[in-house]
Design a protein around this ligand. Structure first.
Ligand SMILES: CC(C)(COP(=O)(O)OP(=O)(O)OC[C@H]1O[C@@H](n2cnc3c(N)ncnc32)[C@H](O)[C@@H]1OP(=O)(O)O)[C@@H](O)C(=O)NCCC(=O)NCCS
Length: 286
């Protein structure tokens, strides 16, 4: 299935790929550094836990050469296809970071990790002996990267830098449900922007957890939107019971960014960590 029409795709285009000139790195707010705590040592992942790691441009770009040496030939090919150096460097850094984080949990050399890809591009780890696998999801926006990991169930994470979206009215009309449209239209302009990103990241986190990605089903994934309210998956194609099998968490990894995590379980506990440079080589001397 194709991704839906270009208005929805444009949401990510300005900050994710191919638009370096519009958002030079210096445009990042100085407080875009994550406020999540840095753990004293790389933590173990207990069965009832989800870990979400956040890394900003400073942690990533300066370590980019170390990250680069762990990438596969396929990842290097993808990196070389970026038009702008900054986008290529960020791609290398986030894929190196992902390998570094997964390598820690799997006790593997980051360079030795192989990925498989589902039909719509979702990367996954092969299922190990005994049916065990590590689930993960990656998202990035304007230099900030989130990596979510669980040993128990599929999950999806999404992050967006909050910024005016000129086409937001068209996006809402087309990709949000009638109920969501009514809720948004009752809000002030400032609340509407936050509610829009709450809605977008929550829907996308769910669709990344299922592996579907941005799809025609977007309006059928109904989520809570209101600023300050709890994150909830309300209905999937009108079905509240199907939605109740999922939990949504809102994430505030850094000032000016909104994120969401979707997980098909209700009883997992969440730890949010900031990735520091000191972990780059901890435990693995390559
Ligand atoms: C997955 C998707 C929602 C990413 O959206 P985004 O907001 O631009 O980017 P994010 O940073 O949040 O996520 C990107 C990461 O999600 C992961 N990803 C890719 N496809 C995925 C999918 N179908 N499901 C879950 N995760 C996916 C990858 O790790 C990717 O990282 P990479 O681009 O550095 O390899 C979007 O690419 C999508 O809808 N894909 C579905 C398949 C599709 O439509 N393909 C057509 C394009 S060829």
């Amino acid at each position: 299935m194709e991704r839906p029409a270009s208005d929805a795709n444009r949401l990510g285009a300005a900050s994710k790929t191919g638009a370096a000139a519009e958002h030079p790195r210096s445009s990042l707010a100085p407080d875009s550094e994550s406020r999540w705590p840095i753990p004293a040592a790389l933590p173990k992942l207990a069965g009832d836990r989800i870990h979400v790691w956040c890394a900003g441009p400073d942690e990533l770009v300066s370590d980019q050469p170390c990250f680069a040496e762990t990438l596969s030939a396929g990842e290097r090919n993808r990196a070389e296809r970026f038009q702008f150096d900054r986008d290529r460097d960020r791609f290398i850094a986030r894929h190196g970071l992902l390998r570094r984080i997964l390598g820690h949990y799997l006790s593997l050399d980051p360079a030795g990790i192989s990925f498989i890809y589902e039909s719509r591009g979702k990367p996954a780890l092969p299922v190990a002996v005994g049916g065990q696998t590590l689930h993960f999801s990656l998202s990035h926006s304007d230099g900030l990267v989130l990596v979510a990991v669980s040993g128990r169930c599929a999950l999806g994470v999404d992050v967006e830098r909050v910024r005016p979206i000129p086409e937001s009215d068209q996006i809402v009309a087309k990709w949000f449900s009638a109920r969501e449209n009514a809720m948004l239209s009752a809000l002030s302009a400032e609340q509407k922007l936050e509610a829009f990103f709450n809605g977008w990241t929550r829907k996308e986190a769910y669709l990344k957890a299922t592996g579907e990605g941005i799809a025609d089903a977007l309006p059928e994934i109904e989520v809570s939107l209101l600023p300050g309210g709890p994150a909830r998956l309300e209905r999937i194609a009108g079905d509240e019971r199907a939605a109740a099998l999922w939990s949504l968490h809102s994430l505030a990894p850094a000032a000016g960014y909104i994120g969401a995590l979707a997980v098909r379980a209700g009883d997992l506990k969440l730890n949010c960590w900031r990735w520091p440079k000191k972990f780059q080589n901890a435990g693995f001397m390559r």
